[in-house]
Write a protein that binds this ligand. Structure first.
Ligand code: NAD
Length: 362
């Protein structure tokens, strides 16, 4: 039976890197049936919405999707499709591996980390009040009455929301992931010495969940100390589980440790549904130029192969990508010593090179 997968090519450079990735996936020999679905500004003209129900139904039915980046135009009236998709499909876990591959230009050669970031809560929940909103005055009355002092009337306000429910399921997810993929330990990261009732709750729940996984070592780090340690000795860490905002910042830090956006894969997962996508955005200035690096999406596709149980194909595709990187010949501008290196190849040539490596392994 072929795997039925929803494909969301996205916009900007999304369709090019999607084509390149699907070509490599097909060359692994695994059978797929692709269901192409549109989202974003391009979908509005056809469907009257940036996130058509038809797309959501397809992902719910297939339970697995691979997605290119989608542009969020600046200014009002257009909420991020990416954020809406994660909310509507309850994709509460964002998983971002950061692994060094020989040949990538990086200051580190010993990084193999996985960031597990909570996707719905924290300062990202969008519970915010603009400066001047009368609700801030009402909240100020409450904080004053509680002995916490008033809120200045020229302040904006964002609420940090961390629940026991949200913390429990993301930490449980991290431990399950560690078990499933044979990782060595889980480190919870927050700042409970300052945010006792939100980050403190996160740690308390994490400690409790950890007792259900005696086979997986557990530890805690304060986020400020963690950023320094990741720069000084990233080899000491394995799976990191974090609330939303810290997860956002540390996943970019970790992408930077291993060569940047061009090779940083990701996945957003819920209990039933998984959407695989590169960390980077749509890089619209390069759209249609056959220029950008498809490897971040290709490594996301490797994660997808693992998720659907095609471990052998995942291993071969990962090895083929690693071989192309190590050779350093058929790589895009961002992986060359300088961005204007004339030997840089385009998006589709990377796909051809990876496919050639796969064929050599057959
Ligand atoms: P971006 O990641 O698109 O681009 C930042 C820079 O990184 C680019 O100028 C380019 O130099 C480089 N870059 C990105 N991807 C690359 C690749 N594959 N190969 C080589 N170089 C690459 O970030 P941005 O410019 O801040 O965002 C552009 C749009 O993408 C925005 O509308 C943003 O909202 C959206 N976005 C979407 C997603 C998503 O769909 N998940 C994620 C992030 C940003």
């Amino acid at each position: 039976m072929p795997h039925r997968i929803t494909v969301i090519p996205g916009d900007g450079t999304g369709p090019e890197i999607t084509d390149a990735t699907l070509a490599v996936l097909e060359a692994t020999g695994v059978q797929f049936e692709w269901e192409f679905k549109e989202a974003g500004i391009d979908a509005v003209e056809k469907f009257g919405t940036v996130l058509p129900d038809d797309l959501l139904d397809s992902v719910r039915d297939n339970r697995v999707a691979i997605k290119g980046p989608i542009t969020t135009p600046r200014g009002g009236g257009f909420r991020s499709v990416n954020v809406a998709l994660r909310k509507l499909l309850d994709l509460y876990a964002c998983v971002r591996p950061a692994r060094y591959y020989p040949g990538v230009r990086s200051r580190y050669d010993n990084v193999d980390l996985v960031i597990v970031r909570e996707n719905h809560e924290d300062l990202y929940a969008g519970v915010e009040f603009e400066k001047g909103d009368p609700n801030i005055g009402r909240i100020s009355q409450i904080t004053e009455a509680a002995g916490l002092g008033p809120i200045r009337d020229d302040a904006g306000l964002s609420l940090k929301i961390i629940s026991e429910y949200g913390s429990r399921r993301i930490v449980r997810f991290a431990f399950e992931y560690a078990r499933q993929y044979g990782r060595s330990k889980v480190t919870a990261v927050a700042k409970d010495n300052i945010m006792k009732y939100t980050d403190g709750l996160f740690f308390a729940v994490a400690r409790e969940v950890a007792t259900d996984y005696p086979d997986v070592p557990y530890e805690e780090r304060l986020v400020d100390n963690m950023t320094m340690q990741l720069v000084q000795k990233p080899e000491l860490y394995d799976v990191l589980v974090l609330p939303n905002l810290y997860g956002d910042i540390l996943s970019d830090l970790c992408a930077g440790l291993v060569g940047g956006l061009g090779v940083a894969p990701g996945a957003n997962l819920g209990d039933e549904i998984a959407v695989f996508e590169p960390v980077h955005g749509s890089a619209p200035q390069y759209a249609g130029l056959n220029k950008v690096n498809p490897m971040a999406m290709m490594f996301s596709a490797v994660m997808m192969l693992q998720h659907i149980g095609e471990r052998g194909a995942a291993q071969r595709m990962q090895a083929a990508l690693a071989a192309v990187i190590a050779e350093g010949k058929s790589v895009t501008y961002d992986m060359k010593p300088t961005p204007d290196d004339p030997t840089a190849v385009g998006t589709s040539q990377v796909a051809e090179a990876v496919i050639a490596k796969l064929r050599m392994m057959d």
